[in-house]
Each structure stands twice: as C-alpha cells, then as structure tokens.
Design a protein around this ligand. Structure first.
Ligand code: KG4
Ligand code: ZN
Length: 341
C-alpha cells in the first residue's frame, strides 16, 4: 500500500510517499525556520501563508522523487491535529481536495502519535509493548503502545511543551531561534549551579515546563541584581557570559531529569519491552545519553525523521488504515486537542 502523506501542523510543509508503513519512497520537507528566526519564534499567520505557497510544489516533488504518478497512490494521509489551526487547515484542505479529485481514501492522523511511528521507518521490527515519549516544540507526551494499532495516553502537556521551554529560555539568555540546539551548545560549557525545583503534577505522567521557564527568568533577573519587574527582553544584554552558560546548563539538566524521571516512573509501572524517544527535542544528545543510560532497550527514529516530516504520517496512516475506515474528505476537520484520538 503506497500512501501519499502531508504534514503542515507547524512551520514545516512536508509531503512523502511511504510503502506499507515502513519504506520511505520519498520525503520532502520545506522548512520555514529561516523565515521565523527573524521574529524569534513561529508567527502563525506567516506560517499559514508560507504553507499556501509551498504545499503544491512540495506534494508534486514528493511524487516525482518517488518516481510515481497518482495512479500508483493507494491512499492519502494528512495530519489533522494538534498544531496551529491556520497551518493545519492548509494541509487538510489540500489533502481533502486531492482525495476528492483523485478519488483516493483519506486518513487524518494525530501529529503526536505520528512522531512515534517514525520509528517504523528505520526499525520496522519493534518489540511491543512500547513506552513512547514524544518531546517537541508543541508537545511533551507519554504514550503506551500495546501494539502497532492500539495506544493509551499516560500523560501530556499541561502548559508549555518542553521544546517551547528550550526556545523561551534561549530567548531570555539571548540565544538564537530555534533555542533547543543553541541551549545544548551553551550547556556544554556551563555548570549546573542553579538548582531549579521540579514541578509536581496531579497526574505524575503529565508535563509542566512553564514553572521551570519562569524560574530561569527569575534567576536571570537575580543575577543582574534586578527584581521580577525587569523586562525579560533586556536581561540578555546585562548577563555575564558565564551566567548565560550556567543558566543553559542548569535549565537543560533539570528538563532532562524531569523527562527521564517521569518516563522511568511509567517504565517501572508498565514494564514495557521497549522505550521510544521521538520529536524535535530528541535530537538533544544529553537527553539521548540520559535515556540510553536509564533504559536497556531504547529506540529512536533516524535524525531526519525526529523533527516534523510527512514520512511519519504515512507510516502511522498505514497501521491506522488496517483497523479504521477512511475519513470523509467532505467533512474532515482539524483537531486542536492535545489528546490523541
Ligand atoms: O518536532 P519538532 O521539529 O516540531 C514540533 O512538532 O514542534 O520540534 C521542534 C522543537 C523546537 O522547540 C526546538 O527548539 C527543539 O525541538 N529542538 C531541540 C533540539 N533540536 C531541536 N531541543 C533541545 N535540544 C536540541 N538539540
Ligand atoms: Zn512535531
């Protein structure tokens, strides 16, 4: 089964052709990072406009690179949420229109779950049950997969996602966008001198990173002898280089401890055969090292499939299609809820 998949939930316009959920025949990603970097973060209106410009060329290129025509395609898959509404609308409208015009079954899939399915692209033989942590700019989520088809959400984002916290902390200490890789670089040269409190959540598997981000802000204000009224955008110019590095290290250390400890708690309770790590933040080497040391059987997607892409959407749709009817292309709606369907 060859699926043409489309992903446009945030700031990447992506299309791919995937065969039987595991074989990538093409994967095209048009990133808007350079456009949003000048604003220090993703601007939703700009993202939606850029998707409009990129979506048709990206889909055509995915078909061309796979050396296929529409006659060879068995189904269309698209991310229907969660994400930015304007961005999701462009991808779903393109997919719905193509499904009608080309007369193909249409499958809307959940973006957060599809990050896990990226694992099938490099490692088709996965031992279940799998405990999966997806960490990215929009979500931090722990899901237990009983098999390829069934999953149970254990915990999710309650405020800022972990990648968002990396991006915001980077902004406070004057680093570029996206903040994750910048913090990781700075953290190598700093010391873990600031001990930040780890938040308690009612459901121990839920994630809250907004308090940690604010703790970094308050510590940065204290380092320059200012109180909480001092504007965050002026802090970086007064912070010493050493303080910037130490704040990056202390923040990253705490964030990784939170992610590792929550995943370990679920690991001990559910005793899965495999732990999976996915999403843009899983590019972080210190996080990978912490997980490698903690969990005996750890799988991660190839780096190119860790960040947003459409191949993971094609992989998920293949397994989804084994158990579910296609969606109605005339009525498929976007779904902004963090939870999975
Ligand atoms: O999965 P992704 O590409 O897009 C979303 O679905 O959000 O993740 C992007 C996020 C950004 O917040 C970025 O700062 C973070 O992943 N990120 C990292 C690293 N590389 C990307 N965070 C920490 N360390 C990294 N090396
Ligand atoms: Zn994502």
């Amino acid at each position: 089964m060859k699926i043409l998949a489309i992903e446009s939930s945030c700031d990447e316009t992506a299309a791919a052709v995937v065969e039987n959920g595991t074989k990538v025949l093409s994967s095209v990603v048009n990133s808007q990072v350079a456009i949003h970097a000048q604003f220090g973060g993703v601007v939703p209106e700009v993202a939606a406009r850029s998707h409009v410009e990129a979506i048709n060329p990206v889909i055509n290129l995915a078909l061309k690179q796979a050396n296929l025509t529409w006659d060879d395609i068995d189904a269309i898959a698209v991310t229907d949420g969660p994400g930015l509404s304007g961005s999701l609308l462009i991808g779903t409208l393109a997919a719905r229109t193509l499904a009608i015009v080309k007369n193909k079954p249409l499958y809307g899939v959940n973006h957060i779950l599809s990050h896990f399915y990226a694992n099938f692209l490099s490692n088709p033989k996965i031992e279940f049950p799998v405990l999966s942590l997806t960490v990215s700019g929009g979500h931090s989520q722990l899901v237990l997969f009983k098999n390829q088809f069934e999953s149970e959400q254990l915990g999710t984002t309650t405020d800022d996602a972990v990648g968002e916290a990396f991006d915001k902390v980077a902004k406070i200490i004057g680093l570029g966008y996206p903040g994750g890789p910048e913090i990781e670089r700075a953290a190598k040269d700093g010391q873990n001198v600031f001990k930040f409190t780890k938040p308690r959540t009612q459901n121990p598997y839920n994630f809250s990173f907004s308090g940690l981000k604010t703790a970094v802000l308050r510590q940065a204000q204290a380092q320059i002898g200012q109180d909480y009224t001092f504007p965050s955008f002026k802090i970086a110019e007064k912070l010493s280089e050493q303080d910037k590095l130490d704040l990056a290290t202390s923040f990253q250390t705490t964030a990784i401890e939170i992610l590792t400890e929550k995943t370990k708690l679920a690991y001990d309770q559910y005793q899965p055969k495999t732990v999976a790590l996915a999403g843009g933040v899983s590019a972080n080497k210190a996080l990978r090292d912490s997980f490698t040391q903690t969990f005996p059987k750890l799988i991660m997607p190839e780096f190119q499939f860790c960040t947003d892409n459409a191949a993971m959407v094609g992989a998920q749709a293949y397994f989804w299609a084994q158990k579910h009817q296609p969606d109605n292309p005339y009525s498929l709606e976007i779904n902004l809820k963090q939870g999975v369907k």
